[in-house]
Write a protein that binds this ligand. Structure first.
Ligand code: SF4
Length: 129
């Protein structure tokens, strides 16, 4: 089993500027009913969980036209979900976003409370790097 590597500082810096993350920060906790309005409600769930060597294009295209993309991504980042496509992001993209998110939204969360992502605990990166 291969372990996912920790995101590099430049990847986290890029994630902080990503408009999808900024939208998620803006829309988090504003729309509690986002799940009922997601476009994926009428699509085979497997579309959003492609195998690692399969493209996620179909899911990504649907997410990019979904009205609740920001709330959906905020949820995935809140729970630290690193599997499947959520809010128009792939698991790989979310690993860097998750570090940025925890630094922006949950800086007071203790390490013990942080979820394990494939055996490693994510820790926040100081802002401004
Ligand atoms: S953004 Fe994508 S995964 Fe999230 S609710 Fe919309 S279609 Fe579903």
């Amino acid at each position: 089993m291969t372990r996912a590597r920790m995101p590099r500082p430049h990847e986290v810096a890029a994630a902080r500027r990503d408009t999808r993350l900024l939208r998620a920060l803006h829309e988090r906790q504003r729309d509690e009913a986002w799940r009922t309005r997601g476009l994926c409600q009428s699509v085979d769930p497997e579309t959003f969980f492609p195998a690692p060597n399969e493209p996620a294009d179909a899911a990504m295209a649907l997410c990019h036209t979904c009205d609740v993309q920001g709330a959906c991504l905020a949820w995935a980042l809140e729970v630290g979900d690193c599997y499947g496509v959520w809010g128009g992001t792939t698991p790989r993209e979310r690993r860097a976003m998750l570090v940025a998110w925890r630094g922006e939204v949950q800086p007071g969360v203790t390490d013990a409370a942080r979820p394990l992502v494939r055996g490693r605990r994510l820790t926040p990166v100081p802002l401004g790097r």
